[in-house]
Write a protein of this length. Structure first.
Length: 127
């Protein structure tokens, strides 16, 4: 899960069990007052969709194919940077079991922003 600014900047990101996601969404909606949500098609997305709609926000579906690989690259870039950090990141990535669902949410959100900017067409699926 992630909250992004219109410029793609990350205001919040995190990974939560599905059982607690309704409360997290409610708190994030109160704090950030977002009016648009982007949802991939992963496991659990059909359970999250009514929770988002219950908040009264526009919900968009975005194709998340390839987002795992893109999220891993983004995570390594953001956490380890360039130069020697990239070399170290290679070894960290080999033995890391960290979930990258939050980084995938960033990737999916940025795809939405890149694909349609401020256009808010309900239910639109973007590549």
């Amino acid at each position: 899960m992630a909250v992004l600014g219109e410029d793609g900047s990350v205001a919040f990101r995190g990974v939560f069990p599905l059982e607690g996601v309704q409360e997290v969404l409610r708190k994030l909606h109160m704090e950030y007052a977002f009016d648009t949500a982007v949802l991939g098609g992963s496991t659990g997305s059909d359970l999250v969709l009514p929770l988002l709609e219950g908040l009264g926000v526009l919900v968009h579906r975005v194709d998340e194919r390839g987002s795992s690989e893109e999220a891993r690259r983004l995570y390594l870039q953001e956490c380890f940077g360039r130069g020697w950090g990239r070399f170290l990141a290679f070894f960290v990535s080999l033995c890391s079991s960290r979930s990258l669902d939050d980084w995938q949410a960033v990737v999916i959100g940025r795809r939405f922003l890149k694909g349609c900017g401020k256009s808010h067409e309900r239910g639109r699926t973007l590549p």
